[in-house]
Design a protein around this ligand. Structure first.
Ligand SMILES: NC(=O)c1ccc[n+]([C@@H]2O[C@H](COP(=O)([O-])OP(=O)(O)OC[C@H]3O[C@@H](n4cnc5c(N)ncnc54)[C@H](O)[C@@H]3O)[C@@H](O)[C@H]2O)c1
Length: 370
């Protein structure tokens, strides 16, 4: 039987993947401590997480680049492991501001790794340093046709992907130097959807870079139409094919990864995807079927750096973690839409309604805080 993990540090825990992972960890009997500076998330998520899980949330507000702060957090909470999600993730922004990405992602990872080595090595009562790292399918670049396995060559086509590749290499070197490390590298494909409660979901700032949030913003009327980049790819309908995975399945994958590291003590790298590719037009049609919302779209020029198709061979994750994605494209669309339709402006809508309900409560002589 796997050992129960008492506490875990979750960097970037207020973000899209982090918030859903928080819920799954807690449901699995693991207590996550969130470390986040809200650079790309809304503080309102914390209260929503407390509502979903029925207990207060432990938050350490600060920057993962601040090594002394991270070390202090580790010493005070003594977590049995760390899930590292904090970082910058927009490909386009990384092309325009590469140094922001090299510094934010690579220096952030170095800061965390140094703090962990200071606290966990030599191995003492806290156990060996244990880390789950969020990598990406972007490290495969253009892998051609067919499912992508973990031993495929890696290459980068933008600074964001480059930072993930460098961090993967860094983790390998750290592991080689100190075999006590237990490291799980997760290469995510395309997470979409939201928690079924619609209390948490993806809330991009500015123009969404990914298909699903763009699509839901068109459906809610925030944008006039969807632009589909490229209709002449060598795919069945000419639009790009990707492996979309429900965020709930992806979050489950983190719990499975942590448990596997604890149980086996062996490091690994695995894909987290469904193994099934869908074209942009298939996603649009599935969304219209699942929600009944019309989605006007236009097919425009290809976007530089995009590949024709990219989908996972997820068999290693099944073999090592006993994990596989279960949720369908229809569920991904329905859950993404429930989140968007109940939160038309993302977390900002919640703040507006919370402010107005507080005002009403105040008028009634009742002010409820927290
Ligand atoms: N969402 C995707 O499609 C996807 C795909 C592959 C990999 N990833 C990786 O997964 C991780 C999480 O992605 P996400 O979609 O949840 O992103 P997100 O932006 O929603 O979440 C990242 C969180 O990290 C926080 N953060 C950023 N820099 C920080 C810093 N220096 N110190 C403390 N907190 C900081 C942000 O405030 C945010 O809450 C990222 O590393 C990303 O590269 C995401």
């Amino acid at each position: 039987m796997s050992k129960q993990v008492p506490r875990i540090l979750l960097t970037g825990g207020a973000g899209y993947i982090g918030s859903h992972t928080f819920v799954k960890l807690r449901q699995a009997g693991i207590e996550p401590v969130i470390l986040d500076n809200f650079a790309n998330s809304h503080p309102a998520v914390i209260e929503r997480l407390a509502r979903i899980t029925g207990a207060p949330v432990c938050l350490e507000r600060g920057d993962v680049l601040d090594r002394a702060f991270v070390e202090d957090v580790l010493r005070r909470h003594a977590p049995a492991g760390v899930i590292h999600l904090a970082g910058d993730k927009a490909v386009g922004e990384s092309v325009a501001h590469p140094l922001k990405y090299f510094r934010g992602n690579i220096a952030g990872a170095i800061s965390l790794l140094e703090a962990m080595e200071a606290v966990y090595l030599p191995v003492g009562p806290l156990g060996p340093p244990t880390l789950v790292f969020s990598s990406t399918a972007t490290v495969y670049g253009d892998a051609g046709t067919g499912p992508i396995a973990e031993d495929f060559p890696r290459r980068h086509s933008n600074p964001y992907g480059h930072t993930k590749l460098v961090i993967e290499d860094m983790l390998e070197a750290v592991q080689a130097a100190r075999p006590e490390w237990r490291i799980g590298v997760l290469r995510y494909f395309n997470p979409v959807g939201a928690h079924p409660s619609a209390l948490i979901g993806e809330d991009p700032t500015g123009t969404p870079n990914n298909l699903m949030p763009y699509l839901t913003q068109v459906a809610i009327g925030r944008r006039s139409h969807l632009r589909i980049f490229g209709g002449d790819y060598p795919t069945p309908d000419g639009t790009g094919v990707r492996d979309y995975i429900h965020i709930e399945d992806l979050a489950d994958g983190h719990v499975a990864a942590l448990r596997t590291l604890q149980r086996t003590g062996e490091s690994f790298t695995v894909n987290l995807g469904t193994g099934r590719g869908y074209s942009v037009l298939e996603v649009v049609n599935a969304f219209v079927d699942a929600t009944g919302c019309p989605v006007p779209y236009r097919i425009v020029e290809r976007r530089p750096g995009d590949v024709a198709q990219c989908y996972a061979d997820p068999s290693r994750a099944m073999q090592l973690l006993g994990w596989e994605a279960k949720r369908t494209l229809e569920q991904m669309c329905a859950d993404a839409w429930r989140w968007q339709s109940r939160n038309p402006q993302g977390y900002a809508s919640g703040m507006a309604s919370a402010a107005s309900s507080q005002a009403t409560e105040k008028e009634n002589g009742l002010l409820v805080i927290g």
